[in-house]
Structure formats: C-alpha cells, structure tokens
Design a protein around this ligand. Structure first.
Ligand code: CDP
Length: 211
C-alpha cells in the first residue's frame, strides 16, 4: 500500500505521515528532507542556491542516510529548500530515489508537495493536508522555539505565505491537490484528532478497493 500526503508548510503532514506509517507498519519518507539536504549541501560548500549545475550535483550526491535532521529542520533551510526545489532538474535528480522508496515491498508512506501528482500518481491513498496560514504559522513558531530557535510569529507567518506562493506557482511539480486526493483540513484538529481522521480516510479508501 502506498500512501501519499501532500500539503503546504506546517500543515501537519509530516507528523501525520510518521504516525500513519507507524500504525500500518510501513516505511516513511519525508521528501522535504531531500530538498532541505540539497540546499544544505550547497550552503555548506559556499555555493549559490540558484546555481543549477551545482544544485543538480548536490541532489545527485544525496543518499537517504544523509539526513541530520537537527541541521535541516531550521527556518532558514525551509526557505532555501523551496528555492532549490523550484529547479526542474533538481526535482528530476530526486525522482528515482523517491519512486524506489515508494516501491518498497509492503508499501510506504511519503509526504511532500508532489507525491500524489508526480512521484506516485497511482498511490492507493492520497491525502491533501491543509490548515489556515495563521494556524500553520503558530505551529511552526512553537516547533522552532522548541528547537531553541528564536522566532517572531509575524516573521514565520510571512515565511509561510512566501513559501506557499513559491511552491504553488513554480512551473515544475507545483503544490497542487491531486484530483483524486481527499482534503484533510487540520485547522481545528489536534494531532490525535487529525490522525483519527487520516486513518479513517485510509480505511475508507482501502475498503473501497476491496469491495
Ligand atoms: O515542513 P515543511 O512543510 O515546512 O517543509 P518541507 O516539507 O521539509 O519542504 C521544504 C520545501 O521543500 C518546500 O517548501 C518545497 O519547496 C520543497 N518540497 C518540494 O518541492 N517537494 C516535496 N515533495 C517536498 C518538499
């Protein structure tokens, strides 16, 4: 079973994907880490984020074990990831790795922006996770503060709006709901309620497939 979760920044898709995977005993890939790690490799090497050739080389050089989440989850890296993610050849360089992960025996849960539309268009279950920008900014500010990063709510909201705009308007694999995805709005749901709703979507889809 392949489960695809897509949605904007801090919508809750990462936490949901991890919990759905644990519930169903599936592997989980947070595909945002691939773009964050690509950006990080460029920054560490002193390269520009819009240097296409270097960005492609950085993406090709990634291994799924490269992820030091502490170094990748910060605010700056989310913004940097969205810059390299807009380069079509960077996305192409990361395609096979993601498709191979999705094809693991037994299945997988992947979360990102283009899983249901590009990476796994035939996924068994597609969930588009959303929430109001203000709610997402609140969650992200709390998460960053928990990691020891000093942030202003207004600046985080500004980042989120800018990133939504960049991710939705790029030409290659923009953030868009797949036609056959089910929308899950988590604005008024805590994580347990969101998880129940997501598991119900999975159950409904898979029951429909068996019927
Ligand atoms: O956790 P958050 O949603 O803030 O970010 P993320 O999922 O780690 O993604 C960081 C950035 O990577 C996004 O803003 C997108 O530009 C890009 N991304 C993408 O283009 N495609 C994906 N499948 C995953 C992330």
């Amino acid at each position: 079973m392949i489960i695809a979760l897509d949605g904007p920044a801090a919508s809750g898709k990462g936490t949901l994907a991890r919990r759905i995977a644990a519930h169903h005993g599936l592997s989980h890939l947070d595909t945002g880490l691939l773009y964050r790690a690509t950006a990080r490799a460029l920054i560490d090497a002193g390269e520009r984020l819009d240097d296409e050739a270097r960005a492609i080389a950085a993406a090709r050089g990634l291994a799924l074990t490269d992820f030091d989440e502490d170094k990748l989850r910060g605010r700056e890296m989310g913004e940097a990831a969205s810059i390299v993610a807009a380069i079509p050849a960077v996305r192409a360089a990361l395609l096979d790795m993601q498709r191979a992960f999705a094809a693991r025996p037994g299945g997988a849960v992947l979360d990102g922006r283009d899983i249901g539309t590009v990476i796994s268009p035939d996924a068994d279950v597609k969930i588009f996770v959303t929430a109001a920008p203000e709610t997402r900014a609140n969650r992200r500010a709390l998460e960053l503060a928990g990691r020891g990063e000093k942030v202003e709510y207004a600046a985080v909201l500004d980042d989120i709006r800018k990133r939504d705009e960049r991710d939705s308007s790029r030409s290659s694999a923009p953030l868009v709901k797949a036609a056959d995805a089910v929308t899950l709005d988590t604005t008024n749901l805590d994580i347990d309620a969101a998880l129940s709703a997501a598991l119900q979507i999975v159950a409904d889809k898979t029951a429909g497939r068996r019927a």
